[in-house]
Design a binder for this molecule. Structure first.
Ligand SMILES: Cc1cc2nc3c(=O)[nH]c(=O)nc-3n(C[C@H](O)[C@H](O)[C@H](O)COP(=O)(O)O)c2cc1C
Length: 254
């Protein structure tokens, strides 16, 4: 296996970092990797907010529900879907600026931002760093916009604290690769296939521990829907997200 494949296939989220700072040179390598990926129409519809300042981290910490990585990591990269820069380019070049205020534009910008984020992650791991995505950026999207002073047509989509790992955790158990793969057309999952694909995960020691901590749940799926990502929470966060997207100038067509 070559080094690139090794880096990618050995990925594991790291949630504890040492005090060691990330050098400016290393940061530049990560940012260059982030900005080197494929992008819709070569428009580069993303921006990256670099956070190193402790006061800024403290401001954002409650919005990340005080997850320790949000203050412990020496570096946080927040990837934003960004049509503002391209709109400005159009505006200053006497081109139409209303072309990109719709859902399609948002969709493209999210894709670009996520490609950039994953490239940064691969670069970081190849340099011996560890990281852990913070989904909380999508929960409090309106408040992050305020703290990071994001203009219209800019929405944060991924937040990734990075640092030198205190230790490299064991690889996280994943579904077998075939679970995600469909040859030529999609083949829907019947119960027998779901049973087979989830068997290892459902019978693992980790799942047994999770079920001991959640005695009101009969299985792992119920832990997700009853406790981890509930309908009520998801609908409340979705409402904020949709309102914020409209306020930021996306979805003007809906
Ligand atoms: C969009 C997204 C949001 C995530 N949010 C969090 C988070 O808020 N807190 C956390 O501890 N891990 C978070 N993670 C990390 C996942 O839990 C982790 O990637 C997953 O369990 C697989 O483990 P691995 O990354 O070690 O392979 C997030 C990952 C993604 C892709």
């Amino acid at each position: 296996m070559n080094e690139t494949l090794q880096t990618i296939q050995n990925h594991v989220s790291v949630r504890q970092y040492t005090d060691k700072k990330i050098s400016e040179e290393m940061l530049q390598q990560i940012l260059k990797a982030a900005c080197s990926g494929s992008t819709m129409g070569n428009m580069q519809l993303f921006s990256i907010i670099v956070t190193e300042d402790e006061a800024m981290k403290r401001k954002m910490a409650p919005l990340h529900f005080n997850q320790p990585m949000a203050t412990q990591a020496p570096l946080i990269l927040t990837f934003c879907a960004d049509f503002n820069r391209f709109n400005r380019f159009c505006e200053f070049r006497d081109a139409e600026t209303e072309a990109y205020s719709n859902m399609q534009s948002y969709h493209w910008a999210v894709i670009d931002a996520l490609i950039a984020a994953q490239n940064a992650c691969v670069a970081a791991e190849s340099l011996g760093l560890g990281f852990c995505w913070l989904g909380t950026i999508t929960y409090n999207v309106d408040k992050f916009i305020e703290v990071l002073q994001l203009p219209k047509h800019v929405i944060p989509v991924a937040c990734i604290p990075m640092g030198y790992p205190v230790e490299k955790p064991a690889l996280t158990q994943k579904l077998p690769v075939e679970a995600m793969i469909h040859r030529e057309t999609y083949h829907d999952y019947d119960q027998a296939r779901i049973d087979a694909l989830y068997a290892e995960k459902e019978h693992s020691e980790e799942t047994a521990g999770i079920l001991r901590e959640n005695p009101d749940c009969e299985n792992l799926a119920q832990v997700f829907t009853k406790h981890r990502y509930t309908k009520n929470d998801n609908e409340a966060f979705a409402k904020v997200l949709m309102e914020t997207l409209k306020k930021q100038g996306f979805f003007a067509d809906l």
